[in-house]
Design a protein around this ligand. Structure first.
Ligand SMILES: [Zn+2]
Length: 97
């Protein structure tokens, strides 16, 4: 039986402690899986937040970009700043990612 992440709206598969890979790592590092993109207050992720994207992020962002999601939508679903996503897309286009 596939479990999924216990975070609301998180579609990713369970990895450990009830969280997906990403949330589990946040929980381990920050003690709070929602340290980025706390819900409420309009639900916006803190702007200007930069997180270096690892392979996991790149895979997800690439996939979401392929689905035609906007930078903002990707920011909402991954917690990665839309600026970072934008830069990443530019790199992708230039074959550097
Ligand atoms: Zn999750």
């Amino acid at each position: 039986m596939a479990r999924s992440c216990s975070i609301d709206d998180c579609p990713y598969p369970h990895e450990a402690k009830g969280f997906c890979n990403k949330h589990y790592r946040r929980w381990k590092v920050h003690g709070d899986p929602l340290i980025v993109g706390k819900r409420g207050g309009g639900g916006n992720v803190r702007l200007g937040f930069r997180e270096p994207m690892d392979d996991w992020d790149k895979k997800r962002v690439t996939c979401l970009l392929e689905q035609g999601l906007s930078y903002r939508a990707i920011q909402r679903s991954t917690g990665i700043c839309y600026m970072t996503v934008m830069r990443f897309k530019k790199k992708l286009r230039n074959g550097l990612a």
